[in-house]
Design a protein around this ligand. Structure first.
Ligand code: ATP
Ligand code: MG
Length: 478
């Protein structure tokens, strides 16, 4: 059956078909059902969305099973009895079912006491007016938008507003503070003044929220098209100080002898926005966020010279591990990439000077490996000067570095290079067991090749090995 009934939101044929099946199942069970929340909001905004939330005045799990059966054989239905929720996956749609509920909160937890309620109760417990709109799937008013809090007008006004008193809303479930800022960043909406004031006064309550959930929202901010919007709101609300104090250490400009440095916090936000124009990769955005994180710890005023941040790249690299651990971000390859980019972020700049040798270029190619392109992208995003002539000159310099990198890579193939004499060969030649001497010899060969002292060939490397080993009184065993 293909639907002919109109809906107050634009939906594809497939979505309309599913909604009619849900309506029919609900009708047969005698429970009123509604489409609600993010799907309704996103459809009205013309955003892509794949997860549908269905609320019914009755048992959501029973409805989910019935819908699953009506959609076909072997449609997976997963459910959580304790929460009264169920999920049906159909094609690329994920449909979430829950019974309408009424909630009352206690001070120390974001887990409320839940009792069955009406649609109105359920809409009252939603976080924002734009998330509380429902589309009726009942026979009598099928397809009608039920919008008790003027969510539609708020979409128009680009406003994040709570259905009930904001103090209560944020105090009940402090995760909503992160969500408010996340939506402001994703949708480029404004948080209503009284709501933002309530976030500021409830900021401390974020401590009752699990780190995973906080980080989830933080990453959604990082993935929005202009993350600085959300990051700045996190700062101004007082939340950032609690969830990510290292960022706060970058705020502000110190003056000494009439000289200031740039505000590293706002510089960083600009760099994150810049890189976000060129990549959707979360981890490159994280590298931009953390590239100067070592600056506060290394800041010095050097008389006659001004403010310096010597070693902030290495110090920043070390901080990456601590920050990822604290924020419960993944500690594997993604973290390694971020760390590496933070550590290397000054290197391409040093290559924009004149008379750069091939060996300096080779060394960067070796250290950056396959991430060289990402590193160049970070460096270009790091240019935040307001002076157009300067920006143009810096970009041209980086273009030259890119050209040199390409030339040297083409002739030397350094990116995924391993020296022609391996540790095993060294051990075999001198009858050595694994240990420091082997490592030292291996490094010496690698350095000699990268510095251009010897060519990148087996013969040259082997001859160099014999010479170095001779200095240590080692002789070949055969
Ligand atoms: P997205 O799917 O982009 O994360 P969403 O608004 O759909 O955004 P979900 O987490 O999928 O967010 O939640 C679906 C709906 O459930 C929301 O639109 C909102 O009505 C409600 N909701 C989710 N989290 C909360 C919360 N912490 N407090 C109140 N209502 C919430
Ligand atoms: Mg959703």
């Amino acid at each position: 059956m293909i639907s002919s009934k109109p809906l107050d939101i634009p939906c594809s044929l497939q979505e309309r078909k599913v909604l009619e099946k849900i309506a029919l199942a609900a009708h047969e069970l005698g429970v009123p059902a509604y489409l609600i929340g993010g799907f309704v909001r996103d459809k009205l905004l013309g955003r892509k969305t794949k997860d549908m939330d269905i609320v019914c005045v009755g048992d959501g799990i029973t409805l989910a099973h019935k819908v699953g059966q009506s959609l076909g054989d072997n449609i997976p239905v997963s459910f959580f009895k304790t929460y009264g929720t169920a999920q049906v996956k159909w094609n690329d749609l994920e449909i979430e079912f829950v019974g309408a509920r009424k909630e009352s909160y206690r001070q120390e937890s974001r887990n409320p006491e839940v009792t069955a309620g009406t649609l109105q109760d359920d809409q009252n417990r939603r976080d924002f007016t734009i998330n509380a709109m429902a589309i009726s799937l009942r026979d009598i008013d099928y397809g009608t938008l039920l919008d008790p809090f003027e969510g539609l007008a708020d979409l128009d006004r680009k406003l994040i507003r709570t259905p009930l008193a904001p103090e209560q809303t944020f105090s009940d479930d402090p995760l909503r503070m992160m969500r408010a800022i996340r939506f402001a960043s994703q949708l480029q909406f404004t948080i209503e003044e009284s709501a933002f004031a309530a976030i500021r006064s409830n900021a401390e309550r974020i401590r009752i929220i699990s780190q995973e959930r906080i980080t989830d929202e933080f990453n959604k901010i990082m993935l929005s098209s202009k993350p600085s919007v959300g990051l700045d709101l996190l700062y101004k609300s007082g939340l950032l100080k609690i969830i990510f104090p290292q960022m706060i250490d970058m705020v502000g400009v110190e003056m000494y002898e009439g000289k200031g440095h740039k505000d590293n916090f706002y510089h960083t936000l600009q760099v994150v926005d810049n890189i976000s124009e060129n990549t959707r990769d979360l981890w490159l955005r994280w590298a931009a966020l953390l590239h100067d994180i070592g600056k506060p710890a290394t800041k010095k005023f050097e008389p006659g010279h001004g403010w310096t941040f010597h070693g902030h790249d290495a110090v920043g690299g070390k901080m990456v591990t601590r920050i990822f651990t604290r924020l419960k971000l993944p500690l594997g390859d993604k973290m390694k990439l971020v760390k590496k980019l933070v550590e290397l972020h000054l290197r391409p700049i040093s290559l924009t000077k004149e008379n750069i040798t091939d060996s300096a270029i080779r060394r960067l190619l070796f250290d950056a490996g396959d991430d060289i392109e990402s590193l160049m992208m970070l460096c270009e995003a790091d240019i935040t000067s307001k002076n157009r002539t300067k920006v143009k000159r810096y970009l041209e310099n980086f273009e030259l570095v890119r050209k040199r990198l390409k030339e040297v890579e083409e002739s030397d193939k350094i990116r995924n290079w391993q020296p022609p004499v391996t540790g095993e060969m060294i051990m075999e030649t001198f009858g050595l067991k694994p240990g420091r001497i082997v490592g030292d010899l291996k490094n010496a060969i690698r350095e000699a090749i990268l510095d251009g002292h010897i060519p990148n060939t087996y013969e040259a490397a082997y001859a160099f090995l014999l010479e170095k080993a001779g200095e240590l009184n080692l002789t070949p065993v055969k």
